[in-house]
Design a protein around this ligand. Structure first.
Ligand code: NAI
Ligand code: MG
Length: 483
């Protein structure tokens, strides 16, 4: 008799003993932690447990941070050789690696993402960004960006909650390598790893004021954007706020880079390796709960293989383990905030109301915390909101096509243009498709691969400028970046 083979996973919880979270935090200004005035709670979205109280920076604190950054720029950092700056960046990278487990646990507690991802993706990539840019610090004149490049001065950096430490690394590492000093604001729901990074700056004996971290919400972000003492703004977040920032800096001397939303097409041609494509679809939309600007949120399937792909996709989705982010076997963790969950629920409801068919993976969701089962919508048309708007959650909209040109037309029919995926066995078809697609990053027979050497950024409403690689470096140097 044949027995069905099934593998059940025993719980494999990561210990949180490695982190010590303070009941209350201040800001990191001029190399020191300074007490905040007002505070707000930060919670674990998987349990709704209050982890700590985070300070809300107002005008006085932002002023102090900008002043500290300016002083560090004029007296220390701009006078230091690239080789010396590089030493600090290498030191920071090594300390991040040494404290990787602490960073991973803290990120998972504060953000809700699976420990497997914070441990294997976020933290190693964040360290890699510091290592990569440490290497550039003394070689700027060989980057092909001119022989007498100059930093902007003080950079104001505002980051989102989906990859808190990684987005900090994308911002801080190139800024420092190019010779700028920074005032950075993490997102209000995920400040803890940025505050741990401040400790790393102290441990690395980074000169006071080179990195300043102020915490707070959009009002703090706006104070940074509008501060006359800041020379360059770097922002990652919603297109809505990106537009506000673009307007705010339009008539100033400030240079700006914006990394905004997306609605990426993941195109599966009929000759693709279907099993691999199914893995790529899952990774494309369910990685990090779908809280990914470059997520493959529109699956564009050739009609001849649509039934086969959907059947295999549903079977694969039924095996996704949703639950405790601190469990090492978890694939999909908690939605980062109640607000984001509300947005996902609202957009999914619009999908049903507009006539698309909803299917969610069968899974037991925890009673406390913010959760959403991996979901797909079939029968989606280009007019549906779920085909046009960024859901930023574990929700996939499926469209179909008959001819390759139709796939491209559908893929490009969006105000965004951050990323795309193409699955085909044929190299010529991949090259043809990638040339037609209006997207900054295009993956062929894979998805969501990141590397500090590779520029990342979008077309159209997905943003201005690039981050990573030589292109990203140029944004932190005068006269060569996107101004
Ligand atoms: P958001 O754009 O409001 O927040 C991102 C960062 O900007 C946070 O640090 C926030 O405090 C700051 N901020 C907010 N208003 C600001 C202002 N007026 N001036 C300066 N800084 C400001 O994003 P939110 O509200 O958290 O998410 C809303 C939607 O945005 C999501 O549902 C998703 O669709 C999209 N989003 C996209 C991200 C991406 O990586 N492209 C990241 C986060 C959100
Ligand atoms: Mg917002």
């Amino acid at each position: 008799m044949e027995m069905p083979v099934s593998f059940d996973y025993a719980p494999a919880p990561e210990s949180r003993a490695v982190v010590s979270i303070k009941p209350k935090y201040g800001h990191f200004i001029a190399g020191k932690f300074v007490a905040g005035s007002k505070h707000f709670p930060t919670i674990n979205p998987a349990t709704e447990e209050v982890l700590s109280q985070i300070a809300l920076a107002g005008k006085a604190e932002v002023d102090a941070a900008v002043k500290a950054a300016r002083k560090a720029y004029t007296t220390t950092w701009s006078k230091m050789s690239g080789k010396e700056r590089g030493k600090y960046l290498f030191r920071i990278a090594r300390i991040m690696q040494e404290r990787a487990r602490e960073f991973a646990v803290l990120e998972t507690l504060d953000n809700g993402k699976p420990i497997r991802e914070s441990r294997d993706v976020d933290v190693p990539l964040a360290a890699a960004h510091f290592f990569y840019h440490a290497g550039w610090a003394d070689k700027l004149e060989f980057a092909g960006l001119g022989t007498s490049t100059k930093p902007h001065g003080v950079a104001g950096q505002i980051i989102p909650w989906n990859f808190p430490l990684l987005m900090l690394a994308w911002k801080v590492a190139p800024a420092l390598a190019a010779g700028n000093t920074v005032v950075l604001k993490p997102a209000e729901s995920t400040s803890l790893t940025a505050l741990l990074f401040a400790e790393v700056c102290q441990q690395a004996e980074l000169p006071a004021g080179v990195v300043n971290i102020v915490t707070g919400d959009g009002s703090t972000g706006a104070l940074i954007v509008n501060h006359p003492g800041i020379d360059k703004i770097a922002f990652t977040g919603s297109t809505e706020v990106g537009k506000i920032i673009a307007r705010a800096v339009a008539s100033t001397h400030k240079s700006v880079t914006l990394e905004l939303g997306g609605k990426a097409a993941n195109i599966i041609f009929e000759d693709a390796a279907i099993d691999e494509a199914v893995e790529g679809i899952v990774n494309g939309i369910f990685f990090n709960q779908g809280h990914v600007c470059c997520a493959g949120s529109r699956l564009i399937l050739q009609e001849s293989v649509a039934d086969e792909v959907l059947e295999k996709l549903k079977a694969r989705m039924a095996k996704i383990r949703v639950g405790d982010p601190m469990d090492k076997n978890t694939d999909v963790g908690a939605i980062n905030s109640k607000e984001q969950l509300t947005k996902i629920i609202e957009l999914s409801a619009s999908g049903e109301a507009e006539g698309a068919q909803r299917w969610s993976a069968p899974c037991d969701l925890p009673n406390k915390g913010f959760w959403f089962a991996p979901t797909i919508f079939t029968g989606v048309t280009q007019a549906h909101r779920i085909a046009r708007e960024e859901i930023f959650g574990p929700v996939l909209s499926v469209l179909t096509f008959r001819t390759p040109q139709e796939a491209i037309d559908k893929a490009n029919n969006t105000p965004f243009g951050l990323s795309a995926g193409v699955w085909s066995e044929k190299g010529s078809r991949i090259l043809w498709a990638t040339q037609q697609l209006r997207a900054g990053v295009i993956w062929a027979n894979t998805f969501n691969k990141f590397d500090p050497t590779s520029p990342f950024g979008g077309y159209k409403e997905s943003g201005w400028g690039r981050e990573g690689g030589r292109h990203g470096l140029s944004a932190y140097l005068k006269g060569v970046g996107h101004e």
